[in-house]
Design a protein around this ligand. Structure first.
Ligand code: FAD
Length: 366
């Protein structure tokens, strides 16, 4: 199925970031790239705690205090996801976000982007909060959205190869001279030989998925740092299956603990019920308890691209590759990881950015 004159692209990682990059590359320029996704965890591995994407809410709701590049990605992603509402994969989500500190909320950068933005009156915020805003954003269900992305990519000729890669050099050898490697390995970037980015760290999130059809709003209080004991309180209704809501949660930087903690689960349920009393009703059913690790990075996400000489340093070739002498030439290495709590709401913007970087670097070298 390879297109003979197209550039080989090896995308490491099949979380929302790797998948969305593949989608943008194959949509913008259908004949320009042969895209292979090489990953340990695949979109259908919805019970794997070894990657973050299955465990997200997932809604679009920026935290305060992030940089310009991130705002640009979030803006592009909001517009794209809002336009996807008619597909049923994404739904409009009425939201109220409360804060434990007062601030000029009229200055929130996204107030003109989301729909129906309004600063709440003092009488509209619950005990313990000082201010709050309400607006309409979007949510999606990763358990539906990730398999949809994979189906889209299969129909565009993208190949999926299940493999744990040990080094960036190994991936570069798969791409070959003149090819492109995209590192979208999330927390994997911490240990991938040749990247070994020690600024990458987990933020543990424990959640409960419930059937609670009467909960129709995203409510959050407070989400962002610093948090008391790593506790955040939020609920995210999902478009499908109907009535499913994700209750959160925790936000625990540095914790790799994948086990479910029952006192924490009870606390989540109690805090969410205080904000949405309908949860105490008889129709509420607990569907699952979950823990996922958000792939964060000190200083924010890394998005860049650079030409490197083959073979890369510290290449650890697999035995079958050792049969051939390493190829010479150059490979374009792009990175897209470290999106922490916001990978879904950055996904389309980040993917457009990576696709533009690749296009630019390939043109310059031609
Ligand atoms: P991942 O999904 O972790 O994927 C990494 C990929 O790389 C996987 O395929 C993995 O197998 C592969 N990989 C890694 N190392 C190797 C290797 N050596 N060889 C081969 N493959 C490798 N975000 C939002 O935008 N909105 C939300 O509401 C939201 N809520 C969240 C709630 C919780 C509880 C959690 C845990 C996260 C939430 N997030 C949310 C964050 C979001 O889930 C992540 O930012 C996003 O999933 C990161 O995607 P990714 O593709 O970068 O990484």
């Amino acid at each position: 199925s390879d297109k003979p004159t197209a550039t080989n692209v090896v995308i490491l990682g099949a979380g929302v970031i790797g998948l969305t990059i593949a989608h943008v590359l194959t949509t913008n320029s259908p004949d320009a790239y042969n895209v292979k996704i090489v990953a340990r965890d695949m979109p259908e591995d919805l019970a794997s705690q070894a990657f973050a994407s299955p465990w997200a809410g997932a809604n679009w709701s920026p935290m305060r205090g992030f940089d310009e590049a991130q705002q640009q990605r979030e803006r592009a992603t909001f517009n794209k996801l809002w336009d996807m509402i008619p597909t049923g994969l994404v739904m409009p989500l009425p939201s109220r976000v409360f804060y434990g500190e007062s601030d000029d909320l009229e200055q929130l950068w996204y107030r003109t982007l989301v729909r129906d933005f309004r600063v709440l009156e003092p009488g509209e915020v619950p005990t313990g909060a000082i201010t709050g805003v309400s607006f309409t954003t979007i949510s999606l269900n990763p358990e539906v959205y990730l398999p949809w992305l994979k189906d889209e990519l299969l129909s565009k000729g993208v190949q999926f190869i299940r493999r744990k890669v040990h080094s960036l050099g190994e991936a570069a050898a798969l791409a070959g001279p003149g090819g492109v490697v995209v590192n979208a390995t999330g927390l994997g970037a911490r240990s991938l030989i040749g990247v070994e980015d020690k600024d990458v760290y987990p933020i543990r999130g424990q959640t409960i998925i419930v059937q609670a059809p009467s909960v129709k709003e995203f409510i959050s209080f407070p989400l962002g740092e610093p948090l008391t004991d790593g506790q955040a309180t939020y609920m995210i209704p999902r478009p499908s299956p109907p009535g499913q809501v994700l209750l959160g949660g925790t936000y625990q930087p540095g914790s790799w603990d994948l086990s479910i903690d029952f006192p924490t689960a009870k606390g989540i349920l109690a805090r969410c019920t205080a904000l949405a009393p309908a949860l105490a009703g008889p129709e509420t059913r607990i569907l699952s308890h979950n823990v996922g690790l958000r792939p964060a990075r000190k200083g924010g996400a890394r998005v860049d691209a650079e030409w490197k000489k083959l073979p890369l340093e510290n290449q650890w070739l697999s035995p079958q590759d050792n049969a051939e002498p390493p190829a010479e030439g150059e490979v374009l290495v792009a990175h897209a990881y470290g999106f922490g709590p916001a990978g879904f709401q950055n996904s389309w913007g980040a993917a457009e950015e990576v696709a533009s970087l690749i296009e630019l670097k390939l043109k310059k070298s031609a």
